[in-house]
Design a protein around this ligand. Structure first.
Ligand code: ADQ
Ligand SMILES: OC[C@H]1O[C@H](O[C@H]2[C@H](O)[C@@H](O)[C@@H](O[C@H]3[C@H](O)[C@@H](O)[C@@H](O)O[C@@H]3CO)O[C@@H]2CO)[C@H](O)[C@@H](O)[C@@H]1O
Length: 623
């Protein structure tokens, strides 16, 4: 294994470390099962030492590595700075757990709990360009609350603006050298323990630059393959080398790898760890948030990834002839996401509808046959939402609060939004919103096509988004053309996104495809009625309005339209607008049914736990 990765400690840690490398097979003993009992509340803050022996299998051997750091801290001749470093890592854990309540206060727990390692390019509030950030900022907390030990590994993006997001993360004092891209890259780790989760940030200068996690105003960064390769290698090492709260996670963990950026993890487990007896009992689950992004690069880049040549097939990708650029182009490429589809032990998508769509030619982005071949391990789980961040009764970004029992604050939010945007303050005028990345996926071209006709009606429309420069330009020009009725807010702004969600009457989502979609869930929670293309997670979560169902009291929380065409979208919008204008009690029913839906992460987390149990039933992928 040492040949695969050379791990070294930081100067501080190294001085105090007469210990073998955590990758030394002598101390990386596999435990009997990939499961552990983490009854965090019941077991107390230094949870690893207080594992619930009663619930552990007798065969479950001790985890020797865990004792190493503890020894480090207590040995009289130990290095003082190492102690400081370790202590810094556990610093707020005891306080936080004390504040949460006494050890007697049991929270709902699952019987089996796991050491879970999320790997992701985004995790809110540290980094976010869209829904991936939301999910990887919330689901880990929901799982930790249910008793799992959870680490999230993502890059430490610094660019001036974002630096404050990482202000509470401290240097763990561990350095590793990663053999890839023709050299050795040194990365370090930062850590913050918050909301029961170990947030781990991989630090390397390639994450320190202007722009968002993937690119800047000139487009996607040219070295994204390098940046996310580093992330994957670092994430594979993190459970082995980081003494978080004094104790490493160890090698019997469960990796949840999100989208293409994290997709080398299961490949590395198979190609670079298991052959050396490490991670033999670990498992990996690929979570697909968006099949459109696959991390495809020229085949020649394979040699940069530091993988054995015989693993090329896992990533091999051949573009169909129509997608090749010239007659001699053989279309040979590597596809990082494909690597995970082949090697992950299970696959989850973020709604059931999408899990089926990606097995079809229409929704499979070229991977449908491969995904179909993995149907037996493919599931869909609809995302939850952070119901604390997104709560109209307490939202810090909106000027007035409201609830299902008293909707008056919503009307005030609408008036405030109209005022903020310089639109006429008119309670009776339907206010329609759109929030999202300006991307082909989101169907903004349809809005562009339909806007002149839509604005013939007496309505107001606000669009918030950033991304495709042409669409941004169009939003600016539409705002000047339709000054009385249309606002195009170009940029990424969380605060205004909450005010639009609260202040609008209708949220429009004409997505071409939508793996789950979060904005329609936020909208419903805020009594804003969604009008959506009938696809993926939108189809699964928005129930069509039926005014006469339920003995006349009505049914449904919005409108879905199909096909994806201007006329069909305008038809659905017209029905929504008419209902808003002419049928006030029906409208209130729509709002209240949406507001009463349960979108908490807890129910999604319970479904993930079922997958966790299944993934440990089958043997892991070994190649
Ligand atoms: N300009 C802006 N300013 C402020 N906030 C903005 C914004 N543009 C977008 N957002 C925010 O970004 C998030 C977007 O989430 P979505 O799930 O709707 O789409 P996204 O395609 O990014 O996510 C992908 O991953 C998620 C998570 O799995 C899936 O739900 C989804 O279908 C899939 O495409 C929301 O929180 C939204 O408010
Ligand atoms: O949370 C929002 C989405 O974030 C991710 O999508 C990003 C994607 O993974 C990146 O690769 C990049 O996509 C660029 C693409 O690689 C490039 O070929 C070109 O088409 O431009 C794209 C945009 O720059 O940025 C995406 C975000 O915009 C995540 O994978 C998705 O699930 C999330 O929806």
């Amino acid at each position: 294994m040492a040949a695969a990765l050379r791990v070294s400690c930081s100067p501080v840690a190294a001085r105090g470390s007469a210990k073998p490398s955590p990758l030394d097979p002598a101390i990386c003993q596999p435990t009997a099962v990939g499961l552990s009992c983490w009854k965090r509340r019941a077991c107390g803050p230094l949870f690893a030492r207080r594992r619930c022996v009663a619930e552990r299998s007798k065969e479950d051997p001790p985890v020797p590595v865990l004792a190493e750091t503890e020894d480090e801290k207590t040995q009289p001749d130990g290095d003082a700075e190492v102690s400081v470093s370790s202590a810094a890592v556990i610093d707020n854990r005891e306080e936080e757990e004390e504040a949460e309540g006494t050890e007697e206060e049991e929270q709902p727990q699952t019987r089996l709990t796991y050491n879970i390692v999320f790997v992701t390019a985004e995790a809110a509030p540290y980094s976010k360009t869209g829904g991936l950030g939301d999910v990887c900022g919330s689901l880990p907390i929901a799982l930790a609350t249910r008793g799992h030990r959870v680490m999230v590994v993502s890059p430490r993006y610094l660019n001036g603006d974002s630096d404050k997001n990482f202000a509470n993360a401290v240097d763990v004092g561990r350095r590793i050298k990663i053999p890839c891209f023709g050299g050795e890259q040194e990365v370090t780790f930062f850590h913050e323990y918050r909301a029961g989760v170990d947030w781990v940030f991989v630090d390397h200068f390639c994450y320190h630059r202007d722009g968002n996690p993937y690119g800047d105003r000139y487009g996607a960064f040219g070295d994204n393959q390098f940046r996310f390769t580093l992330l994957c290698y670092a994430a594979c090492e993190a459970p082995l080398v980081l003494p978080l709260g004094g104790y490493i996670y160890g090698q019997n963990c469960l990796f949840l790898v999100n989208d293409w950026h994290a997709s080398l993890v299961p490949v590395l487990l198979g190609a670079k760890y298991r052959p050396y007896g490490v991670y033999k009992d670990a498992r990996s689950i690929l979570v697909i948030h968006n099949l459109a992004h696959q991390g495809v690069e020229a085949a020649t880049t394979y040699q940069n990834l530091g993988l054995p040549s015989e693993w090329y097939g896992a990533l091999e990708w051949v573009f169909p002839p129509w997608a090749r650029t010239h007659a001699l182009d053989k279309g040979e490429a590597v596809n990082i996401l494909k690597g995970a589809i082949v090697t992950a032990d299970r696959i989850v998508t973020v709604s059931q509808g999408y899990s089926w769509e990606i097995t079809t030619v229409e929704g499979g982005h070229g991977l449908n046959e491969l995904l179909s071949s993995r149907k037996s391990v493919l599931n869909g789980i609809t995302n939850g939402i952070d119901v604390d961040d997104w709560d109209p009764a307490s939202d810090k970004f909106i000027p007035f609060h409201y609830s299902i029992d008293d909707l008056s604050g919503k009307a005030q939010c609408k008036a405030a939004l109209q005022k903020e945007l310089g639109l006429a303050i008119r309670p009776d005028c339907p206010l329609i919103g759109f929030i999202g990345r300006l991307d082909y996926q989101k169907g903004t071209d349809l809005i562009k096509l339909a806007l002149p006709e839509l604005l013939q009606d007496d309505i107001q429309f606000i669009m918030l988004g950033s991304g495709d420069p042409d669409t941004e330009d169009w939003m600016r020009s539409a705002e000047s053309t339709y000054r009385e009725k249309f606002r195009g807010w170009v940029g990424f702004n969380v605060s205004i996104s909450h005010r639009i969600t609260a202040g609008c009457d209708i949220l429009l989502m004409p997505s071409r495809f939508e793996p789950c979609g979060l904005n329609q869930l936020y909208a419903m929670r805020y009594g804003t009625v969604p009008v959506v293309h009938c696809t993926g997670g939108l189809r699964d979560t928005v129930e069509d309005f039926h005014p006469f169902a339920e003995e006349g009291s009505g049914q449904g929380s919005g409108w879905t339209f199909s096909p994806l065409s201007k006329d069909s979208m305008l038809g659905a919008l017209t029905m929504a607008i008419e209902t808003f204008r002419e049928h006030k009690s029906s409208w209130e029913g729509l709002m209240k049914r949406g507001m009463s839906r349960d979108f908490t992460w807890d129910s999604a987390a319970a479904q993930y736990e079922q997958i966790f149990e299944w993934v440990f039933v089958d043997p892991p992928y070994v190649g």
